[in-house]
Design a protein around this ligand. Structure first.
Ligand code: ADP
Ligand code: MG
Length: 589
């Protein structure tokens, strides 16, 4: 379906090349150039959650590089393309490694500072022609053919744009795309399933800069004249507009947004001066209004969301199960009774508040252990400490005999500990099946390049199979294609269990898995966990439903005010006076 859409657009563009008057061909050339840059913003902002106002500066960096190489030094524009790309990537690498670590508003602010400074450098360097610019930039030759006229450029631009869109779309429909979306929604979740979010963010930052760079090169040799104004912060903001209007979460949004804004701008620049009576950028007011309207009506999905409803973008096809299964996670052999997970003397305080104090316990292979205790006892903090989401002040974790000097979520999941969250953390942009497949990220290895070229379809099929298998196991086999956000809260919790199982864990940590489940669903969850125990997977859970805990668990650890107050079988714990006291708040004696 996706390919069909591409072919339709390509055919339309080819017919356009033959039939349209020159003026429209030129407009479409600009649409193409803007689409390239906006595609980068779609990947960066819409998919990965990194807002950049600095893309126009990357366009300019490569534009000036190729202008210097071809006009000042008289070398080939193709060399200009390569050097421009290299310089852009180095600049983006440096900028990215500084700004991407910043949180919240600092990152967009960093890109604004970058966009402003590059613009003023272009304008103030005599050598670059200052604000007057550079002219006499040579044409591009493709072998013996000179690409000089707008119709020739039209072909070059649109071949590059469509190819870039196809590659990006393939990439987004792969494990990398899911990992990027997961990182946007919640870095904790992504890291907990083995995704290196910092590396991914830097990767898309470079990718987006490269797209901007290609656009800058095309622009320079199409116009054969250069001044700083198209690379200003103003233009950086306009690229963001395009992404937001078109639909920042999807590849088609780039084309839509670039088309809408470009055409609207042409029209408004004609129309507004007649109404308002002055020339100069008044279209920005209309764009601003448009953005506000867009955000009101459609949140951050843009016009592209309409396309999603028409199902123009690829949906995963469930597999029939003929594919060979996904390779299991590498692990040392465990005998039953071996200790899978041990926490030793763990302590954590939050600015003076002792959330967990000196807690030790262990879980054996094939055992179901519960941590219970009143609200605020420190159960979730303990879970977050074990899985590396909260750094502990003291104590250590031993997983399958390996003592961890430093606990990080990626390390923990690689060693066989997968988890769910007390406050459900699913990726709402993805389907139920895709969310489950995220869990198997560490069991797959396809690179972004092979995904972009469409070469990782075998692994994708295996990932789908695994996702489907685990979803069927937890009783969600009938809603594979539904958006994760459409499930009931209880189903979302169960989906988190399927996602954890996709990691092929030795132990799963479930933080209040039965909360919000109905009676029948709880019974089903209970038998699922028993089945897991029988298959050798250990379970560590936090739960408030005492009937659920007492009938299911082998052992129970009881916490209160951050301390472990006792530990034992359900029968022992139920009759322990300290436990009764903790729950009732009165002395049992
Ligand atoms: P439980 O899961 O047993 O209900 P938590 O582990 O969530 O308990 O919380 C234990 C204590 O630590 C509570 O008093 C809570 O307010 C506090 N706490 C938890 N997380 C944080 C945090 N990130 N910052 C400050 N205090 C926290
Ligand atoms: Mg909790």
């Amino acid at each position: 379906m996706n390919l069909l859409a591409f072919c339709t657009v390509a055919t339309g563009l080819a017919i356009g090349a033959a039939l349209l008057p020159d003026y429209y061909v030129t407009v479409l050339n600009y649409v193409g150039l803007y689409t390239l840059v906006t595609l980068g913003i779609v990947l960066l902002t819409g998919v990965s959650g990194v807002t950049s106002f600095g893309q126009a500066a990357f366009v300019g960096l490569s534009a000036y590089t190729t202008a210097i190489i071809s006009a000042s030094f008289g070398l080939s524009p193709w060399l200009g393309l390569v050097v421009g790309l290299a310089i852009t990537l180095v600049a983006a690498g440096i900028l990215g490694s500084i700004t991407l670590r910043l949180s919240g508003h600092y990152l967009p602010l960093g890109t604004i500072a970058w966009g402003l400074s590059v613009y003023y450098i272009f304008g103030n360097l005599e050598y670059l022609g200052g604000h007057t610019g550079m002219s006499n930039i040579p044409a591009v030759y493709l072998g013996p053919w000179e690409i000089a006229h707008s119709r020739e450029f039209y072909l070059l631009i649109w071949v590059i744009v469509l190819a870039s869109m196809l590659l990006a779309s393939n990439m987004l429909n792969s494990r990398i795309g899911r990992a990027l979306r997961a990182g946007k929604e919640s870095r904790d979740t992504a890291e907990s399933f083995g995704i290196d979010t910092a590396r991914n963010r830097l990767f898309v930052f470079l990718y987006a800069a490269a797209l901007a760079s290609v656009s800058g090169w095309l622009y320079t040799h199409m116009l054969r004249f250069l001044n700083p104004s198209p690379f200003s912060l103003h233009m950086g903001i306009e690229y963001l507009f395009m992404a937001v209007v078109g639909g920042a979460g999807q590849v088609w949004g780039a084309l839509l947004g670039a088309s809408i804004i470009t055409v609207l701008k042409e029209y408004l620049q004609e129309f507004l001066p007649r109404v308002i009576g002055q020339a100069g950028n008044s279209e920005i007011i209309v764009f601003g209004a448009l953005i506000i309207l867009m955000l009101q009506v459609n949140r951050d999905k843009g016009v592209g969301a309409l396309l999603t409803r028409l199902r123009l973008h690829a949906r995963l096809k469930p597999e029939d199960g003929n594919e060979e299964p996904l390779a299991r996670r590498a692990r040392s052999e465990l005998a039953s009774g071996d200790i899978v997970l041990a926490a030793e003397e763990m302590s954590k305080s939050f600015s003076g508040l002792k959330a967990v104090t000196d807690v030790s316990f262990f879980v054996r292979r094939g055992e179901i252990v519960a941590v219970i205790g009143p609200n605020g006892a420190g159960k979730s903090t303990l879970f977050n400490g074990i899985t590396g989401l909260v750094p502990f002040d003291q104590g250590r974790i031993v997983i399958n005999g390996e003592a961890l000097a430093e606990v990080s979520p990626r390390k923990v999941v690689a060693l066989g500990v997968a988890r769910s969250f007390q406050h459900v953390k699913l990726v709402s942009d993805l389907t139920v099946l895709e969310n489950a497949m995220l869990g198997a990220h560490i069991r797959s290895h396809g690179s972004s390049i092979s995904a972009a070229l469409g070469l990782s379809y075998r692994e994708e099929a295996r990932l789908r199979n695994e996702g489907q298998r685990q979803l069927a196991r937890v009783g969600l086999g009938h809603v594979l294609d539904a958006p994760a956000s459409s499930l009931s809260l209880g189903q979302q919790r169960v989906l988190e269990i399927a996602r954890a199982l996709c990691a092929d864990p030795d132990i799963i940590l479930l933080d209040e898995p039965a909360a919000g489940l109905r009676y029948k669903e709880k019974a089903e969850l209970s038998s699922l966990l028993q089945e897991l125990r029988a298959s050798g997977v250990s379970v560590l859970l936090v739960e408030h439903d005492m009937e659920f805990v007492m009938t299911l668990c082998d052992r129970i650890v009881v916490m209160n005010f951050g301390h472990k107050i006792t530990e034992g079988s359900p029968v022992d714990v139920q009759s322990d006076s300290r436990v009764i006291e903790a729950y009732l708040g009165v002395s049992a004696a």
